[in-house]
Design a protein around this ligand. Structure first.
Ligand code: PBG
Length: 328
């Protein structure tokens, strides 16, 4: 006498049954929408490599905040394009710079919108690196500790402007502890710190470097961002940032690193974000534009897979489109 056939398909017989046993949920509240504010423009300027994404003038901040909130997306992360750049990224410490101004405008338009600010000098340095450079014989290196003190100052500046969350994306050692101490000392104990704890030296940042005008003018970022081959090191980076006082962790990019998202999820109790980066966004649209994949299904599948891997929230350029698909 044989066993009866075991039939998992019984639970796939109707949309209602499938919904009942669905393991992963996706909602507009899971998304953080990245935005680029350019201090030198008066009208939106499309980013050629990222369909639907614009560099924005500061005059658009208020109406954008309202539009995002109306879609049900509760958070944004801001990047800035300043009017001037130098080798130390000084414009990143200007209280009238694009990010502090955009934070203030968006928070006053929609106080409940969670406004995060990316903290890194690459948007403000003329060489495009995520650190202050120093000479090393014929060549150069990133001065870790000099960079960390600029980041700490920048974090306080953004907190002062009203940011709910500051998010260092540079990968210098010790920056989370230094930023936490500086925030506390300045009276911003309530400002959260989201660490880009695990950030790889990835080819998938290409379109972002056009959007934020921050491609390195020479060399690459392999001396500070992680080697894509390493997973154990991700746990080390995550543990260090947790010890230093990060409130939330992030893995970046997302799609080629779903295993890393899962690993970090299993080793840390902190809320975990994942950054569905510019190249991942551009690839999906390029394939959809050529009729190779179904755009809307692909967007939801990608975002669901990042949540399934273990991310609590997702930084994604698809945020508004996905919210609309989800009925927002
Ligand atoms: C650095 C930063 C980068 C991204 C976010 N913050 C670029 C880099 O490290 O080269 C990339 C985000 C994306 O590709 O969408 N400030």
């Amino acid at each position: 006498m044989g066993f009866p056939t075991i039939r998992p398909r019984r639970l796939r017989r109707s949309p209602e049954l499938r919904a009942l046993v669905r393991e992963t949920t996706l909602s507009p509240g899971d998304f953080v929408y990245p935005m680029f504010f350019n201090a030198a423009i008066d009208a939106p300027r499309p980013v050629g490599t990222m369909p639907g994404i614009d560099q924005l003038p500061l005059s658009a901040a208020r109406e954008q905040a309202k539009r995002i909130k109306e879609r049900g997306v509760g958070s944004v992360i801001l990047f800035g394009l300043p009017k001037t750049k130098d080798d130390r990224g000084s414009s990143g410490l200007d209280p009238d710079g694009p990010v502090p101004r955009a934070i203030a405008e968006m928070k006053s338009a929609v106080p409940e919108l969670i406004v995060m600010a990316d903290v890194c000098v690459d948007e403000y340095t003329d060489h495009g690196h995520c650190g202050i450079l120093k000479k090393k014989g014929e060549t150069w290196e990133v001065d870790n500790d000099a960079t960390v003190s600029v980041l700490a100052e920048m974090g306080v500046l953004f907190a002062k402007a009203g940011a709910d969350v500051v998010a260092p994306s540079d990968m210098m050692d010790g920056r989370v502890g230094a930023m936490r101490a500086a925030l506390d000392q300045a009276g911003f104990e309530g400002t959260s710190l989201l660490s880009y704890a695990v950030k790889y030296a990835s080819s998938f940042y290409g379109p972002f470097r056009e959007a934020a005008d921050c491609a390195p003018k020479f060399g690459d970022r392999a001396g500070y961002q992680m080697d894509p081959a390493n997973a154990r090191e991700a746990l080390r980076e995550a543990a260090l940032d947790e010890e230093e006082g990060a409130d939330m962790l992030m893995v970046k990019p997302a799609l080629s690193y779903l295993d890393v998202i899962r690993d970090v999820r299993e080793h840390s109790k902190l809320p975990l974000g994942a950054y569905n980066v510019s190249g991942e966004y551009a690839m999906l649209h390029a394939a959809a534009d050529r009729g190779m994949i179904d755009r809307n299904r692909a967007i939801l599948e990608v975002l669901t897979s990042i949540r399934r891997a273990g991310a609590d929230f997702i930084l994604t350029y698809h945020a508004l489109a996905a919210a609309e698909l989800l009925g927002g």
